[in-house]
Design a protein around this ligand. Structure first.
Ligand code: NAD
Length: 422
């Protein structure tokens, strides 16, 4: 029986996820017996988050924490603040975390959280009150051994610090390991802020090598110029690539000769977006997808690479910095057109991998150097990608289906070994 509490559409995040599971099922052999486990979140918590606004009014926000799977370890996944957040979206994001953590072989299940809010409309004090109340509400299911949140869209190290402090005050002991992506002096890890972008670069470099694409002079388009997009752009720039198109919520800019990132990145930090940057030509939203380029990095939100855009894309390589940026129909079109997609569940796994390092460091209270972090990160990312690539070659399937095959096998194997309680 399908779940009664969501009604997924074909291209909605949960609908896309279910289609991905259906696609991998024929490759799971006898473990397919357990596949229904993956189509249902283990636990979905909806909370009311009331706060007093600065003007004295009371506002209510809808918050979620979904634990899709706890089979291989504690839940792990970010918290998103966005006006479009829904239970169904958080369910999909949590499920993709289960797949991602298993694809990279981290000892975690998958979880995700969110609040349906436009945080840009809140003052800093209101943002802090909302974060603390949300943390208290989901405090019944999170913890260093249960479920460990992290930053996602519109959440950052400061928000993680408030979450860690709230949880610690409620439990009566400083619990640094309850969230990752914290500030450095509160048990954060070196390399965490740029880890997701670094993973996008490392997996992208490996994929480019395999398809014979030289990064020196390669033309790159980046959608979303936040944490993930800007860090990835910086590394591609350092490797000799040209960033020729950027797009975020504030606008689209093109520059055929390549943006000067030393100027663009500080502009985005100061202004909150790429809009208004003088070093590029403003363009309309669709022009981004028509840009002449070799690599496209969607690093904003879900479902940005639609079927129509996939039909027009000029690139040879898509690196999914965002979670779920490509719909199932678009995925098929890209495959037919011979455009290689490095899927989100491996491409953007650098963030959760360094989150894992942070969590390990917090438990041992012994901290590593940035070099140690980056060397370990690169090794895990390359190793995981190679394993997935071998599976893709073996079955003649896409990297996405191969990543799902590797991950689902690990999760369902663990499920089978644990057995059903009682
Ligand atoms: P962020 O808040 O730092 O940046 C989000 C970016 O998306 C911003 O540049 C914003 O302007 C842009 N954006 C928002 N709406 C847009 C729209 N309609 N069109 C174009 N651009 C739009 O968030 P982030 O942490 O960089 O996350 C980006 C994506 O990467 C998300 O899908 C997130 O789930 C995924 N991700 C993040 C991490 C991480 O460690 N931060 C890890 C794995 C995956």
């Amino acid at each position: 029986m399908p779940l009664s509490y969501v009604n997924p559409q074909a291209d909605s995040p949960w609908g896309t996820y279910l289609a991905q599971i259906d696609r991998v099922t024929p490759f799971l052999g006898p473990l397919a017996r357990w596949v229904e486990t993956l189509k249902r979140p283990k636990r979905a918590l909806i909370v009311d988050v009331p706060i007093e606004l600065d003007n004295g009014e009371i506002a209510h926000f809808e918050g979620y924490r979904v634990q899709h799977s706890l089979t291989r370890g504690p839940g792990k996944g970010g918290v998103r603040y966005h006006p479009d957040v829904t239970l169904e979206e958080v369910m999909a994001l949590a499920a993709w975390m289960s797949i991602k953590n298993a694809a990279v072989n981290l000892p975690y299940g998958g979880a995700k959280g969110g609040i349906r809010v436009d945080p840009k409309l809140l003052s800093r004090k209101e943002l802090e009150r909302m974060t603390r109340r949300y943390t208290s509400e989901i405090g019944i299911i999170i913890g260093p051994n249960q479920d460990i949140p992290a930053p996602d869209v519109n959440t950052d190290a400061q928000i993680m610090a408030w979450m860690m402090d709230t949880y610690s005050m409620n439990t009566g002991a400083t619990a640094t390991g309850v969230v990752t992506g914290k500030p450095l002096h509160l048990g954060g890890s070196l390399g965490r802020v740029k880890a997701t972008g670094r993973g996008v670069f490392v997996t992208g470099r490996e994929a480019a090598r395999r398809i014979g694409l030289d990064l020196v002079g390669a033309r790159v388009a980046v959608q979303g110029f936040g944490n993930v997009g800007s860090s990835a752009a910086e590394l591609f720039g350092q490797a000799g690539a040209l960033i020729v198109a950027v797009q975020d919520h504030s606008g689209t800019l093109l520059n055929d000769r390549g943006f000067d990132l030393a100027e663009l990145i500080p502009h985005v930090k100061a202004q909150g977006g790429v809009g208004g940057f003088a070093g590029g030509e403003p363009a309309d939203t669709e022009a981004f997808w028509d840009a002449a380029c070799d690599i496209v990095i969607p690093a904003a939100l879900e479902n940005q690479l639609t079927a129509a855009r996939a039909n027009r894309l000029k690139a040879r390589l898509v690196l999914e910095g965002a979670n779920g940026p490509t719909g199932a129909a678009a995925d098929d079109i890209l495959a037919e057109r011979g455009i290689l997609v490095v899927p989100d569940v491996i491409c953007n796994a650098g963030g959760v991998t360094v989150s894992y390092f942070e969590w390990v460091q917090d438990f041992s209270s012994f901290f590593w150097t940035e070099d140690e972090i980056n060397v370990r990160l690169d090794k895990i990312m390359i190793g995981a990608l190679r394993r997935i690539w071998d599976t893709a070659d073996q079955h003649r399937i896409s990297l996405r289906t191969a990543a799902f095959a590797v991950a689902c096998e690990r999760i369902l194997w663990a499920r089978q070994e644990r057995g059903l309680y009682p």
